[in-house]
Design a protein around this ligand. Sequence first.
Ligand SMILES: Cc1cc2nc3c(=O)[nH]c(=O)nc-3n(C[C@H](O)[C@H](O)[C@H](O)COP(=O)(O)OP(=O)(O)OC[C@H]3O[C@@H](n4cnc5c(N)ncnc54)[C@H](O)[C@@H]3O)c2cc1C
Length: 337
Amino acid sequence: MGAANNVMVFIETRGGRIADVSLELVCAARRLAGQLDCGVEAVALGYELEDELQRLGHYGCRQVYYVADRRLAHFTSVPYAKTVVEVIRKHQPRIVLFGATTMGRDVAPRVASALKCGLTADCTDLQIGSHELKNVVYENVLLQIRPAFGGNIIATIVSPESRPSMATVREGVMRLDEADPDGRVEVVSEACPVGDDDFLTEIIEIVREEKQVNLKAAQIIVSAGMGASDPEALELVRQLARLLGAEVGCSRPVVDSGVLPKDHQVGQTGITVRPNLYIACGISGQIQHRAGMSEAKRIIAINKDPQAPIFDIAHYGIIGDVRDVLAKMIKAYRTKA
Ligand SMILES: Cc1cc2nc3c(=O)[nH]c(=O)nc-3n(C[C@H](O)[C@H](O)[C@H](O)COP(=O)(O)OP(=O)(O)OC[C@H]3O[C@@H](n4cnc5c(N)ncnc54)[C@H](O)[C@@H]3O)c2cc1C
């Protein structure tokens, strides 16, 4: 297997730690590489990351091209994009994956523009398949799948005539496989191709706002939709969440109407979650919400409308007023606990 033609992942680090989304993408890359019979490699930029980069080996990455430079310790757009472009030019991967994060959304389009290749943002699925264009059949192309036109269609996007194919994927969308502590990665040092003139901005201080809620790590989520957004119903949602040791999630209109902060939003433009249990309270179950929670292991839906689409994916459906049902659930749980 040559070094070229592999699947590459752009590794983000924050505070010296590899971002979860990058590990998830390494796992996704491994699944794609398995179908293409090629390897998984990565590109990482920063400073004093040698030890941390070993974790990539636990998820199936075999080589990481590491550009170590004190000036790259904090993210800045132009130097990062230029460096990634040079690494891609040198190692010629067939696919490059980026997190659809603030950093990935900044770097990936600059890289795609410099390399004149296709880029699909916010993919919800990545597959390998064939594609026919102008009577030419392209085999083993990256099928970049994502909702389009406000989520009304699921589009499959291909860029068979340019290389590499590039995609961004949001955190939580790809499954994180179990780590294999024996997996090894080779850290290959690369020279930093940027000069001081490329550093147009200087990072003086980084201030991090602590998140109030960690939906991604939650095993149970009790989620409020517009049918449970009034103060009385929301208090019941919170009470049930407290009793179950759960986090409180919500649909987008609940955020848009100022009832809960954005950190709580589940869905296409919110957070993708995979809890053991998701209790959807007064949520209709539109495709944009389902995009963020349909992979929950168990879904309980409470809705007064028996036709609500959430019942199509719920394992248990309860038809009724959310206040009555939540009050009964809380009472039953207190009695049994
Ligand atoms: C580009 C785009 C991205 C989007 N991203 C997201 C996203 O990330 N997350 C997201 O959630 N949405 C997203 N949306 C919005 C999405 O299309 C829906 O509008 C939204 O999910 C609906 O939220 P809801 O179910 O809370 O509200 P509604 O659709 O208004 O549904 C409320 C439900 O509550 C039920 N109900 C009302 N009162 C009661 C009661 N007393 N007891 C029981 N049931 C009751 C109703 O029967 C109804 O089913 C997006 C839309 C677009 C166009």
